[in-house]
Design a protein around this ligand. Structure first.
Ligand SMILES: *[C@@H]1O[C@H](CO)[C@@H](O)[C@H](O)[C@H]1NC(C)=O
Ligand SMILES: *[C@@H]1O[C@H](CO)[C@@H](O)[C@H](O)[C@H]1NC(C)=O
Ligand SMILES: *[C@@H]1O[C@H](CO)[C@@H](O)[C@H](O)[C@H]1NC(C)=O
Ligand SMILES: *[C@@H]1O[C@H](CO)[C@@H](O)[C@H](O)[C@H]1NC(C)=O
Ligand SMILES: *[C@@H]1O[C@H](CO)[C@@H](O)[C@H](O)[C@H]1NC(C)=O
Ligand SMILES: *[C@@H]1O[C@H](CO)[C@@H](O)[C@H](O)[C@H]1NC(C)=O
Ligand SMILES: *[C@@H]1O[C@H](CO)[C@@H](O)[C@H](O)[C@H]1NC(C)=O
Ligand SMILES: *[C@@H]1O[C@H](CO)[C@@H](O)[C@H](O)[C@H]1NC(C)=O
Ligand SMILES: *[C@@H]1O[C@H](CO)[C@@H](O)[C@H](O)[C@H]1NC(C)=O
Ligand SMILES: *[C@@H]1O[C@H](CO)[C@@H](O)[C@H](O)[C@H]1NC(C)=O
Ligand SMILES: *[C@@H]1O[C@H](CO)[C@@H](O)[C@H](O)[C@H]1NC(C)=O
Ligand SMILES: *[C@@H]1O[C@H](CO)[C@@H](O)[C@H](O)[C@H]1NC(C)=O
Length: 673
């Protein structure tokens, strides 16, 4: 009789225990303080387009909150927030200090929301795991906090196109992993701290369009890896370019346009990697260094300075040269014709030579440049005496209408004419299908998706000869065939930056004409995580948009899988965790229940009652003593979590099996009895 009552009570208790555990396991998958932090972050943001509407219900990691990507379960038994991808969601409002509580975050991305205001919370400096801090394209203001320097794992620090003021903290020297420093187009002021030259990993230092003053730190020449130093449109108040910059062994690009610099041009001839030099619009004086620059050079812009002397012949024999701008200086002597007599140049490259508004008297040698070379000589004495038609054509009398000028757009021609010879009706263009321009077979009709990118600091001046190398570079890194990428168009923007409009086509395999979702996902993930290595020619890039039209318009791209956690795995983990915890809890619950019942009945039997008989086939029996031994007496150092109904411990059974043991809390059990 008494046994029957006990059994019914036991079953009820077990059921309520099971459902309580089910609820708690669901609700507690994300580390609760991080859920609170996300809610605080949400409260500080304004979301006019309701892109975060699903941030109200359920668990962030389980209910797939927009832009929230979670870790695998951590040793504490919880999932933690790994990435916040809030790119381009039209969010406004402010960034909450609670961001600093997301202690396992690796990616913090609020780029291109345009109207997020306020300062960058210094608490972000607490996130030791952070690798990508991406805040470009907002209205963030205030100074950069010293605390942001204490991020030992940070690889990429992007706050360009904001309204940051104040100076660069010296503490940034502690960013020992940081490779990319993109802070252009802000109002950062003061001297560049020479301490930053000790940043061991830095390769790209982009602080153009700020209010920097003082002088260029000579110590920067000691940065072991620096490849791009871009500081255009700052005001270095008449100081000089340190001569030691000619010793930077890995320098690829030096851009110091409009920086109020004076003095002489350093000699860059010993830098083998050197490709791009822009020192225009300063007050540089003296002559142009005469040693020959690296064969890799594409661009030399020394225009709008006070340079004198004659034009050295060192520019000839630069096989990749695309632009030589020396206009608006005080140069004298002859125009050397070696440039356009370089046979290696003419086949591959278009060359702009701009010598306008100097004091050049004559042209030495041939005046018959190849058609790909454009020469501008207006404003020189040589043009005043230009009675020969041969010279007059360099003096603005006729200007080639195909002149390359950064800032103008360009359509790229299709390299295949399949679209002309194919029947239009066989490709439903209204559903975003089209003939693949570079298809290996005739009239391959497929649906592309489009990607908008911008090269932030390319080291070329004319993209046309580099379209094929660019396609090779991108398709190689994405594991695609060359014809799968089509450069639809490109346009040069202020900077100069290069905006690219790309189309990706599916692979031609038995005439499948669409990408499957996982392939789109894979490509998106590689591009969005900057997993494409940086390339000296194309420089760093930014993702502007990723457009899925036609057959792809209903695809829901899942958050990034890499390193994160998939839905299937998550379901498995939830079910596994629940059944395991339930099983163990059954054992403990029954044991404790029995014990309490026992003590209430003042039963004075000996320890032989340690074993609890449970007639459930699938559950092994454990004695409290066994469990106590397995968990080393429920010590805190083996505790791996804290659930709503008690603490969770990691235990090792006598046979070596590792188990999680949930010990019901006194209080919670009393509630049930
Ligand atoms: C995940 O979130 C996206 C965007 O919020 C939503 O469209 C999608 O339906 C969600 N998927 C699942 C499985 O919940
Ligand atoms: C953001 O706003 C623009 C218009 O201002 C709209 O075209 C775009 O679809 C919005 N994007 C999102 C993700 O809400
Ligand atoms: C996650 O955060 C916790 C607490 O800050 C830390 O102990 C743990 O090492 C972190 N894990 C990872 C993978 O960063
Ligand atoms: C940003 O705010 C301004 C003024 O409030 C508004 O005109 C503009 O449309 C907003 N831009 C975006 C992208 O929301
Ligand atoms: C950066 O600032 C410069 C100077 O104000 C401006 O010309 C340029 O367009 C800005 N860049 C971008 C990408 O907005
Ligand atoms: C930056 O400098 C420019 C010109 O020197 C000045 O007009 C502007 O007010 C400065 N901006 C800030 C925020 O200091
Ligand atoms: C460049 O490096 C060489 C060798 O390390 C050194 O002798 C020379 O003084 C350096 N030049 C400058 C301007 O720092
Ligand atoms: C061009 O640059 C590469 C590295 O980017 C270097 O290995 C090579 O020697 C350079 N070429 C010349 C001629 O300096
Ligand atoms: C053209 O290239 C060849 C082989 O690289 C080289 O020997 C020759 O000197 C180059 N000519 C000029 C004018 O630079
Ligand atoms: C001009 O350059 C293009 C590549 O940019 C090349 O295809 C063409 O053959 C060149 N023309 C001449 C006449 O060298
Ligand atoms: C950059 O791209 C060019 C063109 O494809 C390639 O030749 C070069 O090896 C690439 N460099 C790196 C470092 O990937
Ligand atoms: C293409 O079709 C042929 C014949 O139908 C088949 O043998 C081949 O395996 C298919 N190739 C692929 C990649 O599906």
């Amino acid at each position: 009789m008494a046994t029957a009552v006990l059994n019914v009570t036991l079953v009820l208790a077990l059921f309520s225990c099971y459902f309580a555990l089910l609820a708690s396991a669901q609700a507690q998958l994300t580390y609760p303080p991080e859920v609170d932090a996300l809610q605080a972050i949400r409260r500080k943001l304004k979301d006019p387009r309701k892109n975060l509407r699903n941030w109200r219900k359920g668990d962030p990691c389980v209910s797939n909150w927009t832009g929230v990507i979670c870790t695998m379960p951590q040793p504490d038994g919880f999932l933690h927030i790994q990435e916040l991808r809030m790119l381009n969601l039209n969010l406004t409002g402010k960034l909450a200090p609670e961001l600093g509580q997301l202690s396992n975050l690796t990616v913090l991305n609020f780029m291109w929301n345009h109207n997020i205001t306020g300062s960058i919370p210094k608490e972000i400096g607490n996130i030791k795991s952070l690798k990508f801090l991406l805040l470009s394209g907002n209205q963030l203001s205030g100074p950069l906090a010293d605390e942001l320097g204490f991020l030992p794992n940070l690889l990429m620090f992007q706050v360009d196109l904001n309204q940051i003021t104040g100076s660069l903290p010296k503490s940034f020297v502690n960013l020992i992993s940081c490779r990319h420093f993109h802070m252009n187009n802000n109002s950062i002021s003061g001297q560049i701290p020479s301490e930053l030259s000790s940043m061991p990993a830095l390769i790209h230092f982009l602080l153009d369009n700020n209010n920097l003053t003082g002088n260029l730190p000579p110590e920067f020449s000691q940065m072991p890896k620096l490849r791009i130093l871009q500081l255009d449109n700052n005001n270095f108040g008449g100081t000089e370019i340190p001569a030691s910059y000619g010793n930077m062994s890995n320098l690829v690009k030096l851009s110091l346009r409009n920086c109020s610099l004076q003095g002489a041009i350093p000699d860059f001839s010993s830098i083998k990697t050197f490709r791009y030099l822009d020192l225009s619009r300063n007050q540089l004086t003296g002559g142009i260094p005469t040693n020959k620059l690296s064969d890799n050079v594409t661009t030399i812009d020394l225009s709008y300075n006070l340079l004198n002397g004659s034009i050295p012949s060192n520019f000839s024999g630069l096989p990749r040269l695309q632009r030589l701008s020396l206009e608006n200086n005080l140069l004298t002597g002859d125009v050397p014709s070696d440039f356009w007599q370089n046979e290696n140049l003419t086949a591959t490259v278009r060359l702009i030579i701009d010598f306008r508004n100097n004091s050049l008297l004559n042209i030495s040698g041939s005046i018959d440049p190849p058609s790909n070379v454009t020469i501008r000589l207006e404003g020189n004495p040589v043009c005043a005496s230009a009675n020969q038609l041969n010279i007059a054509r360099f003096c603005g009398i006729t200007i080639g209408d195909d002149d390359f000028v950064p800032g103008t757009g360009d359509e790229t021609g299709s390299s295949s004419n399949s679209s002309d010879s194919c029947k239009p009706q066989s490709c439903p263009t209204d559903d975003n299908f089209e003939f693949v321009p570079d298809s290996p077979v005739d009239c391959f009709c497929a649906a592309p998706f489009e990607v908008g990118l911008r090269l932030r600091s390319p080291t070329i001046s004319d993209f046309r000869p580099y379209i094929v190398p660019y396609k090779e570079f991108i398709t190689f890194n994405l594991g695609l065939d060359l014809y799968q990428l089509y450069v639809k168009s490109f346009i040069w923007q202020e900077g100069p930056r290069l905006r690219l409009f790309l189309k990706f086509f599916p692979q031609y395999i038995n005439n499948t004409n669409k990408f499957n979702n996982s392939e789109i996902q894979r490509i998106r993930d590689i591009i969005a995580t900057f997993a494409i290595p940086s390339n000296d020619t194309f420089g760093p890039y930014e993702l502007i948009d990723f457009t899925l039209l036609g057959p792809y318009s209903n695809i829901d791209l899942q958050p990034l899988e890499s390193g994160g956690i998939s839905k299937g795995a998550l379901t498995g983990i939830i079910l596994g965790t629940i059944s395991f915890v339930v099983a163990i809890s059954l054992a403990i619950t029954v044991f404790v229940y029995k014990r309490q019942t026992k003590s209430r009945h003042e039963v004075s039997k000996k320890q032989s009652s340690g074993k609890v008989p449970i007639r459930t086939e699938s559950v092994k029996e454990f004695s409290f003593v066994e469990l106590e031994a397995a968990t080393d007496g429920f010590k805190d150092n083996v505790r791996i979590g804290q659930g709503g109904y008690g603490k969770v411990y990691k235990g090792i059974l006598a046979n070596g099996t590792v188990v999680a043991v949930k010990r019901a809390q006194q209080g919670s059990l009393q509630g049930q009895t």
